[in-house]
Ligand binder design. Structure first.
Ligand SMILES: *Cc1c(COP(=O)(O)O)cnc(C)c1O
Length: 410
C-alpha cells in the first residue's frame, strides 16, 4: 500500500508543537505515556525558579512568586483537559498517596457500605493502596474486592461504597466507558474514583458532565510535567464540605500560619493538601501545562488515533512482524494512546529497539508497549520505527546476550 507520509506530516495541525520540546537527535520516543518528553519552557522555568526565585528572592518567593498558590494554579490548568469546571482540581503528592485520601473519603461518604470494588488487572499501586487501607481500618469497615472486567457490573452490589477503576488499562491500553460505568455505579448507590493516569492530556474527558465523583492522575505522563511531577486530584463540587480527608496536614488547614493546635480543614480542594508542596516539580509541571492552551483534546485524540492506526497498518506489511500479537483493541474507540504486542521475547526486543534509538517499554510478562504522544510525534517517526522493528525481528538481533539482561526499571 502506498501512503504519503510526508503529506500526513505537512497537513498535521499539531506539527509545530514538536519544536516546543527538546528531544535527543535521531531518537524516536514511543514512551511519552510513561514519562512525557521535556518542554523547552520547562527547563527555562526550572532555571528561573532555582536561580532567580530561590537563590535571589529566597523565602519571599512563597508570596511574591506565587509558590503557595501553585497547587491550585496548576490544577486549574488541568481542569479543562478533563472537562472540569473551576474549583475542583488541585496538584499534590502522587497518585498513590492521593488515592489513599480519596478511598478514605469515599468510605466516609457511604457509611453503610464497606467494599472498594476494583479490577484484577488495575495498576498495582491502586490495589496496594486499597489493601493498605483495609489493613488499617479492618475488613469490616474496608474490604477491597477485585474482579475480572467482565464481572464488574454484577459485582456492584449494595455493599460497594466505591468503584475504583483506571480508565485506560496500563498494559493493553483498553478503555472503559467512563460515562456509562459511572452512571451504573450511581444507580447502585456507589461512588466512583477514576484513575486517569494514561488518559489526562490525551483523551477527551467530561468528568463534570458524567457526574464523576472523584478522579486523579499523573503529572509526568501525557501532561509532560517531568519525572516525579505531582499528581492531580479532582473532587466534584457536590461533595465539597461533606468529608474530611485523613492525611490532614498543615497545608490543608484553613489557616496554616495561625499554627493552631486544632485542625480545621480549608474549604474546597485545598483540604486535599498535606505537607509543603515540591515547588521545583510543581513549577515545571505548571509550565508544561501551558502547551495545552489553545489546542483541543479532540485534535489531540484524532492525531493519537491516526498515529496508532498507522503503526498497526504498517506492521501488517512486514512478514517478520507477524509474530507480534496485538493485545490492544483494534477498535479505535476502545483504546487509549498506546499499543501493546505480546511476544515471548518482548523484553529483549524492547532492549534491541532502545539500542537502535527507538524508545519503547516492556511490561511483564511478555508485552512490548508503544505510547503515542501526539504533541511530539511525526507520522514519519511511526514509519521509521516500524522499519527498525522489522530489521530487529528479521535479523533476530534481539537474541544477543546483551539484550537479555533485565534492568531495574523496565
Ligand atoms: C503510572 C500510574 C500510576 C502511578 O502512581 P504514582 O503513585 O503517581 O507513582 C498510578 N496508576 C496508574 C493507572 C498508572 O498508570
Amino acid at each position: 500500500m502506498s501512503r504519503d507520509i510526508e503529506a500526513l506530516d505537512s497537513n498535521d495541525p499539531l506539527a509545530a508543537l514538536r519544536t516546543e520540546f527538546l528531544l535527543p537527535a535521531n531518537t524516536i520516543y514511543l514512551d511519552g505515556n510513561s514519562l512525557g518528553p521535556m518542554p523547552r519552557a520547562a527547563a527555562e522555568r526550572a532555571r528561573t525558579t532555582v536561580e532567580q526565585q530561590w537563590a535571589m528572592d529566597l523565602i519571599a518567593s512563597w508570596n511574591s512568586h506565587g509558590w503557595i498558590d501553585l497547587p491550585v494554579t496548576a490544577g486549574e490548568k488541568i481542569a479543562p483537559l478533563i472537562g472540569a469546571g473551576p474549583g475542583q482540581l488541585i496538584c499534590c503528592d502522587s497518585i498513590s498517596v492521593n488515592l489513599f485520601k480519596l478511598l478514605a473519603v469515599a468510605l466516609q461518604l457511604r457509611p453503610g457500605r464497606h467494599v472498594i470494588l476494583s479490577q484484577q488487572d488495575n495498576f498495582p499501586t491502586d490495589l496496594y493502596m486499597g489493601q493498605g487501607l483495609s489493613r488499617l481500618l479492618g475488613q469490616a469497615r474496608c474490604e477491597l474486592r477485585v474482579v475480572e472486567e467482565s464481572a464488574l457490573q454484577s459485582a456492584l452490589t449494595d455493599e460497594v461504597a466505591v468503584l475504583l477503576l483506571s480508565q485506560v488499562n496500563f498494559r493493553d491500553g483498553s478503555v472503559h466507558d467512563m460515562a456509562s460505568l459511572t452512571a451504573h455505579a450511581h444507580e447502585q448507590g456507589a461512588l466512583v474514583i477514576w484513575d486517569l493516569a494514561h488518559s489526562a492530556g490525551v483523551l477527551p474527558l467530561a468528568v463534570d458532565d458524567w457526574q464523576v465523583d472523584f478522579a486523579l492522575g499523573c503529572g509526568y505522563k501525557f501532561l509532560n510535567g517531568g519525572p516525579g511531577a505531582p499528581a492531580f486530584v479532582y473532587a466534584n463540587k457536590r461533595h465539597h464540605g461533606q468529608f474530611q480527608q485523613p492525611l490532614q496536614g498543615w497545608m490543608g488547614h484553613q489557616a496554616p500560619f495561625d499554627f493552631s493546635p486544632e485542625y480545621h480543614a480549608a474549604s474546597g480542594m485545598a483540604s486535599f493538601l498535606t505537607g509543603t508542596p515540591p515547588i521545583l516539580s510543581l513549577a515545571v509541571l505548571d509550565e508544561a501545562l501551558n502547551l495545552f492552551a489553545g489546542i483541543s483534546m479532540q485534535q489531540i485524540r484524532e492525531k493519537s488515533l491516526a498515529l496508532s492506526d498507522l503503526f498497526i497498518e504498517l506492521l501488517q506489511e512486514y512478514p517478520a512482524l507477524e509474530s507480534l500479537q496485538l493485545r490492544s483493541p483494534r477498535q479505535e474507540s476502545r483504546r487509549g494512546s498506546q499499543l501493546a504486542f505480546a511476544h515471548p521475547e518482548a523484553y529483549a526486543i524492547c532492549q534491541a529497539l532502545i539500542a537502535e534509538a527507538v524508545i519503547a517499554d516492556f511490561r511483564s510478562p511478555d508485552l512490548l508497549r508503544f505510547g503515542f504522544s501526539p504533541l511530539v510525534l511525526r507520522y514519519r517517526d511511526i514509519e521509521e520505527s516500524v522499519k527498525v522493528l522489522d530489521r530487529i525481528m528479521a535479523s533476530e538481533m534481539f537474541l544477543a546476550a546483551q539484550f537479555q539482561k533485565r534492568q531495574k526499571v523496565t
